[in-house]
Design a protein around this ligand. Structure first.
Ligand SMILES: Nc1ncnc2c1ncn2[C@@H]1O[C@H](COP(=O)(O)OP(=O)(O)OP(=O)(O)O)[C@@H](O)[C@H]1O
Ligand code: SF4
Ligand SMILES: [Mg+2]
Length: 337
């Protein structure tokens, strides 16, 4: 089946006072229909920038696309302004990190959801601006059913409330409901649970996964938290400093990572019986990124080729790594150097 989302060799930067910040450098990513993909990377590696590129919301005048393409349900999201607008909010919806910022504090939650339904409801006929009482009733019923599905109690009463009267967890459940209501093919959830405490985080990831699977909606879930990725996804894509490092199905990613950065990232997690091992060095600035593989100044396997030549993604079947010297199963024994 064709991918719902394909990002191919995307390179882009932002104009800044200090020069061009080369934020994404040859990024590749695919999401298949109904699949949940985690995009994992440390703060500043470019997750939100990639999400904006996919949504077609890069800041105009500041963002400079060097090369590559973003194709979402057949639409070229980098270049087709009007077509991208049509896709956004319908075919693809968005769950942000901070749901509070997405609500207008002056209006009741119900008013804001019904406004969304007016324009993005699947019952709306293309091009029609008339909101008939019949469609409004059907949309309201769909809203109530969706609030129940995301386990928000007393949905009719909740719609009467203002955003500040809800907890952080309730607001995020509401965002998930609003992302599902237009019946999209893809939801982009950009660190949707980072601001929540661990128990609420796990509940919300559970709700998102269950509803996405039930309804066959694909999800691109960005996170810096490998534990959250493990909870929710079918496949993982790892980025380091704006470059794709590794793409793999969840199980083979966690049991046999190929990329030196990914391996170090996994070893930096706390585990019973051993102390976490940090990654030496620091993430480079996008204003002066290293040539070749951007991980080379910190990589124990780096050589002259890594400094000169950007590695391309390669591997077997579904497990790919962008590395000149990936750690493959036969080399496992020698890896722990
Ligand atoms: N409009 C902009 N102008 C200049 N630089 C930007 C702009 N937006 C993002 N950047 C830079 O791009 C890099 C990637 O930022 P981005 O927000 O995409 O990272 P992220 O992976 O989402 O990080 P986090 O986990 O902290 O949300 C950072 O170095 C950031 O400073
Ligand atoms: S390409 Fe070289 S520097 Fe980059 S991760 Fe692989 S071995 Fe390390
Ligand atoms: Mg971000």
């Amino acid at each position: 089946m064709a991918d719902i989302l394909t990002v191919e060799n995307l390179a882009l930067g932002f104009r800044t006072e200090g020069g061009l910040a080369r934020v994404l450098d040859c990024v590749n990513l695919t999401v298949r229909p109904g699949e949940i993909v985690s995009l994992v990377g440390e703060s500043g590696c470019g997750k939100s920038t990639l999400a904006s590129a996919i949504l077609g919301t890069l800041p105009r005048g500041l963002a400079v696309v060097g090369q590559g393409s973003v194709t979402l349900d057949g639409a070229d999201m980098l270049r087709a302004g009007a077509a991208a607008g049509k896709v956004r909010g319908r075919t693809v919806t968005f769950v942000p990190q901070d749901p509070f910022a997405s609500f207008n504090p002056l209006f009741r939650v119900g008013t804001q959801i019904m406004d969304l339904m007016r324009w993005k409801s699947p019952r709306r006929r293309e091009g029609s601006w008339f909101y008939s009482p019949r469609r409004r009733r059907a949309d309201r019923e769909a809203v109530i059913a969706m609030l129940e599905a995301v386990q928000l109690p007393q949905p009719a009463r909740l719609l009467q409330k203002y955003p500040h009267e809800l907890s952080g967890g309730q607001r995020q459940r509401l965002m998930i409901a609003m992302a599902l209501l237009p019946e999209p093919r893809l939801i982009i959830a950009d660190e949707p649970t980072t601001a929540l405490d661990v128990t609420v985080q796990a509940q919300i990831l559970g709700v998102l996964r269950r509803l996405a699977v039930q309804r066959g909606v694909a999800v691109l879930f960005t996170t810096h938290d490998l534990g959250a990725a493990w909870e929710i996804c079918d496949r993982v894509t790892v980025m380091y400093a704006g470059q794709t490092a590794e793409i793999a199905p969840r199980d083979s990613f966690f049991t046999a990572p190929h990329h030196p950065y990914t391996r170090l990232l996994l070893r930096s997690l706390p585990e019973e019986g051993r102390d976490p091992v940090g990654i030496p060095g620091s993430v480079p600035s996008p204003l002066s990124p290293p040539l070749g593989c951007r991980f080379h100044p910190r990589c124990p396997r780096a050589d002259a080729r890594c400094q000169a030549e950007r590695p391309v993604l390669r591997g077997e079947a579904d497990h790919l790594a962008a590395c000149h010297h990936p750690v493959l199963a036969a080399q496992e024994a020698r890896l722990d150097a």
